[in-house]
Ligand binder design. Sequence first.
Ligand code: ATP
Ligand code: MG
Length: 484
Amino acid sequence: MDYPCLDAACSAPVEGEPALILCFAHGRALSQLRAIPREGLLIGRTEVVFDDAFRDAEMSLRHAKVHPAGKGRFALTNLSEQPGTRVNGSLVHGEHLLEPGDVIRAGETLMIYTRSTQLRPGPVEPLGNSDVMRAVQRSIQSVASRRHTVVITGQTGTGKEVVARMIHDRSGRSGPFVAVNCSTFTEALLPSELFGHVRGAFTGAVAEHPGLFRAARGGTLLLDELADIPMSVQSSLLRVLEAQEVRPVGGTRDVGIDVRVIATVNTEIRDLVASGKFRADLYARLAQWTVRLPRLAERREDIPFLVGTLLARADGAGRRISADLGEALLVHDWPLNVRGLLNILSIAVVSTEGTDCPLALTSEVLTALWATRKLDVDLSDSPAEAARATLDADELHELMVQFKGHVAAAGRHVGMTRSKLYRLLEAHGMEPSAFRESLSRPQGGQASAWEDGMARSKPPLSGGSAPVWQHRPAAPKVRPLHSS
Ligand SMILES: Nc1ncnc2c1ncn2[C@@H]1O[C@H](COP(=O)(O)OP(=O)(O)OP(=O)(O)O)[C@@H](O)[C@H]1O
Ligand SMILES: [Mg+2]
């Protein structure tokens, strides 16, 4: 049967109105949205920006203002001497031009600046309320009850299997949902696992095996990690999808099936097709509908909602969250996406002593956040996103010392363009020439001047001008961003 091609289902949502989302206040994860009026707004202890006044004892009466900055953009100006206002974990000195996704901390209250098309409260969506996840939900809704095969793309931990199950649950199909991880079988074993085998088909085939296609009859078969299906199996799979029939290994008869196939990939399969590692005809047959899942870092506004649902799974239902932990969760780059968030929450639950106190940014959580920190800089990212997934002052110092101030070589080492690295150095007030001679690491093993200086200038682990989670537990060595 021919289906209309419904690819590119999940297009980027239209950028909406400027708004603030209240994410954490009084130790609670929240998701209140407030459009920013044209003239801007004041953030202060007794101001009513969201449903109630902030009433945050750590917030000044006039803490910060969000005001128009021309061309439809808004800026934040800090008005509070102590403790100041932070954006994405850094103290704002004067004015900061806001980018969607910026995390604002005023006292113990955390907000996200966004541009949203959903300014009126709607129903709570099962995957998250960000514009981009609402688009994913619409995409799921559109395809669930149809016969189309679906490819779900997204990085590890973004929820591909969750979405596959949701499509099956809403499909009205009476058969089971069966999942197979294609990467766990060898080239020799995968065909019999998928299509079954007859008795005596090969040494050790002492009994007939129906295979997963037949196990999923009337339901859905999830081919997880599709990109790992060897070429030799791809042609059999194409035949099965075309004919809705499987021929067990060693058999001579085809067996009819009625199975809806969903596949997941965490790389863009188009790239594999282009490089000849995946059959173009199979890809075309599978990708009748595509659902693309965004990285968690692209939808930070969903973090409070996810914290609420994941805490129950991490044995921490109803626990409050300290402002430091909330800020770290909102600002982290989440390379392991939702799975990473679940891990961190589990660590926070176990490592926070006492069941009455809020979950804290313990040293165990801090270590786990540093261990999973992403350094890759995707040049296709938005400037704000790229700036976040980048090197901090300590790492830049280390990199400059390692490459004796040679920016091009340092850039190649970390997979960053020279101009990007220059911009970063400039932003941190570092002059590459200063590293060329005087600050290079002495050979004799003695700590250099800059190491002593860095050690002295490092803020304490709590208090100070930067958030505690910005200071790593132990300095990791600068490694290439694109090392394999
Ligand atoms: N929107 C969500 N709400 C609640 N939990 C979620 C959500 N998205 C993902 N999760 C949880 O995050 C974890 C990872 O999700 P899932 O296994 O679906 O990711 P994946 O994209 O298939 O990852 P991988 O590529 O590594 O297989 C699971 O524990 C899942 O329950
Ligand atoms: Mg998966």
